[in-house]
Write a protein that binds this ligand. Structure first.
Ligand SMILES: C[S@@+](CC[C@H](N)C(=O)[O-])C[C@H]1O[C@@H](n2cnc3c(N)ncnc32)[C@H](O)[C@@H]1O
Length: 648
């Protein structure tokens, strides 16, 4: 019987396999510290194979280095034994949802998800700490004296963890941040699909360094764009010589797209609608004609007659309400004559909103343009920080729970550029979970089935903060509650919209909208470390075996670790059945059947074998002795020969 290894994959081994596939002759064998034979790379032979492009160790070369870079790479490749434990109480629709909320340090989570989500994520979008001189960043491996450690320690995460405030007086200010990002991006890249993309928000503090490490990790040729997001309307009133009012979002293809298959982001997103002009003008998307961010202008506050013959004003009323039309009367008239104007029934069902069409090959002056491929740099307007803060406050009864959220509108723009309607989108610095909110909203609007994976450290909120006073002790609690509230709101808005559909309008099926999420939290392995080593197990006594699993772990904890170990997705449907008094987990019909009860009777073995599962897992300690174990294997061989029988 095979034993599950219960640790994340060793990425060095994977790398060696990849080199072996390209250069089989450079693979050799060596002994590790315990005397076991391991595959290894003969670097001299590899050098020879690449000799035309050889760089000697002390030669100068073009690259970004910092103290700690090598150690980072090593860490990225080293396996860990941590696991995830499900938390049903904090989840919404645990049994049916395909969304995930994972609490823990993202570096560990990315490693834990390595096999289950390898090459499955279409889009990663992250908004990491910008290293502004006062950010908390997470130290993965604190090899420091206790005093020095405590001095640097700013706040703790839930586990009393290792967050420290990275101030610019830290001698390794940039290096520490770079190491933190580098090791995470290296591991995250593996999760991306071959056509996956990554969006990383950043500001002037580290954009230059981030771009260099992204060039290295994803490949310079995979750079798509450095989007510019205007963060503040007007300028920032500070004493600096230049008022910074922008941030960036670096966009890269995650995997090498060279060759004929190089495809840009899904049609560059926006252009999804078609009308009778499809052949001359291409597809189009709609933008609201009213704008509330640019300030009131009397000449841009004129009535437009809607399809019901009623006058429409910007912001819903005549007079200074902060809104204006984007175009003056004359320009609007021209747009009408060019068929660029569209009316859409207002969300609340009262009256209409005015939109204008932006076509792929046709502009609002009536000129033919070429817009089918993305611009190198997009200047994204209408996505300010203020909007984001207001949006979050609206969800939390006007309380300001987080200072630095992103606006959902910006995230939705990225989502429409970066993925298909059924893609998996991951955000591993998720904060208030804006990405999850944007995914649900986007699905509600176009009937999509995008799924999200949020990862967030249970970083404690400041005791003086509004969040703490409102009862949110960690940022993860804010994130989860936002998804609960936003999900309910989006669903009820969708149901209301469906009740008031106009002739010809297609409803989006509200019953298909997934506003749930499964919560998982990182924890140490379920196995007692001292006992769990496959080779040692053989020599152990029955008493030892009985206790190889930690006492506080539930069967569902064990199942989760097994699912991860086997590389199955965490959101697969799980059926819990009582069979002959035993609890049996049936994962996705017959992908995996597991039973962790104490005494495994042969009757239950036969019933499980009848299900013809691909894989079946028991607890080693459930068998009385080796004879029983062999018997079980024999029964499966007879009744369901295809089944792989394993134990933990
Ligand atoms: C800039 S905020 C993201 C804000 C988010 N985009 C929003 O709209 O709310 C960065 C987040 O990353 C989290 N974070 C920092 N280090 C982390 C780590 N190692 N693992 C997981 N989350 C981390 C912080 O707690 C913070 O909430």
């Amino acid at each position: 019987m095979d034993k599950l290894k219960m640790q994340t994959p060793d990425l060095t081994d994977k790398n060696i396999e990849q080199i072996a596939a390209l250069f089989p002759n450079v693979i050799t064998e060596t002994k590790d510290e315990k005397g076991n034979l391991r595959k290894a790379v003969d670097f001299d032979l590899l050098k020879q194979a690449l000799s035309k492009n050889l760089v000697e160790a002390d030669d100068e070369r073009y690259r970004l280095d910092w103290p700690g870079k090598k150690a980072s790479l090593l860490k990225a490749n080293t396996p860990i034994t941590k696991t995830l434990r499900p938390c049903r109480e904090e989840s919404v629709n645990f049994d049916t949802t395909e969304n995930l909320y994972i609490e823990g340090d993202n570096f560990e989570v990315l490693k834990i998800l390595q096999e289950s989500y390898l090459g499955k994520v279409k889009m990663i979008d992250i908004d990491p700490p910008y290293n502004t001189g006062n950010d908390f960043i997470y130290k993965d491996d604190f090899k420091k004296g206790k005093e020095e450690y405590e001095e640097e320690l700013g706040v703790e995460d839930e586990d009393g963890g290792k967050l420290f405030r990275n101030t610019d007086s830290n001698g390794r200010f940039h290096s520490d941040w770079l190491s933190m990002m580098y090791e995470r991006l290296v591991v995250a890249r593996d999760l991306l699909r071959d056509d996956g993309v990554i969006f990383i928000s950043i500001d002037d503090n580290e954009v230059h360094n981030l771009r260099k490490i992204c060039d290295e990790i994803f490949g310079e040729g995979n750079f798509i764009a450095q989007l510019i997001r205007k963060t503040i309307e007007g300028g920032k009133q500070d004493s600096g010589s230049v008022q910074s009012n922008q941030e960036y979002c670096l966009v890269y293809h995650g995997k090498d797209q060279s060759g004929t298959n190089r495809k840009l982001i899904t049609d560059f997103g926006h252009y999804t609608k078609e009308d009778k002009f499809i052949h001359e003008r291409g597809k189009y998307y709609l933008k609201p004609l009213e704008n509330g961010g640019l300030g009131y202008v009397p000449s841009l506050d004129y009535p437009i007659i809607g399809p019901d013959g009623i006058e429409i004003f910007p912001g819903g009323s005549h007079g200074d309400n902060g809104y204006r039309w984007v175009w003056g009367k004359e320009r609007y008239g021209k747009a009408v004559s060019l068929d660029l104007i569209a009316f859409i029934e207002a969300r609340d069902g009262v009256g209409y909103k005015v939109y204008y069409k932006i076509y792929q090959y046709f502009n609002s002056d009536g000129d033919v343009v070429e817009r089918s491929s993305p611009f190198g740099t997009l200047y994204l307007e209408g996505y300010t920080n203020r909007q984001a803060v207001l949006e979050l406050k609206k969800i939390f009864d006007d309380k300001r729970l987080l200072d630095y959220p992103k606006p959902t509108s910006f995230l939705r723009e990225c989502i429409s550029m970066g993925c298909h309607k059924d893609s998996i989108i991951m955000d591993f610095f998720s904060g208030s979970a804006t990405t999850a909110h944007a995914v649900m909203q986007q699905n509600a609007e176009d009937g999509g089935n995008r799924k999200f994976i949020m990862v967030q450290l249970p970083e404690k909120t400041d005791e003086k903060s509004e969040a703490y006073k409102a009862g949110y002790k960690t940022i993860a609690e804010i994130g989860k509650e936002r998804i609960r509230r936003a999900g309910k709101k989006i669903l009820s808005e969708l149901e209301a919209k469906n009740r008031q559909l106009k002739l010809g309008e297609e409803p989006v099926d509200a019953s298909k909208l997934d506003i749930g999420f499964r919560v998982y939290k990182t924890d140490s392995t379920n196995m007692k470390d001292v006992f769990y080593h496959p080779s040692k197990l053989k020599q152990m006594t029955l008493g030892d075996l009985l206790s190889n699993i930690k006492e506080d772990r539930t069967p569902e904890d064990l199942l989760t670790q097994v699912i991860l170990d086997l590389g199955l997705e965490l959101t697969l449907p799980i059926e819990i059945k009582k069979i002959l008094g035993n609890t049996v987990f049936i994962v996705q019909t017959n992908a995996l059947v597991a039973c962790f009860d104490k005494n495994i009777d042969f009757k239950i073995v036969d019933t499980i074998a009848d299900l013809k599962p691909f894989k079946v897992v028991f607890k080693d300690a459930s068998f009385k002795d080796d004879k029983d174990r062999i018997n079980v294997e024999e029964r499966f061989k007879r009744l369901s020969p295809e089944t792989k029988v394993m134990v933990i």
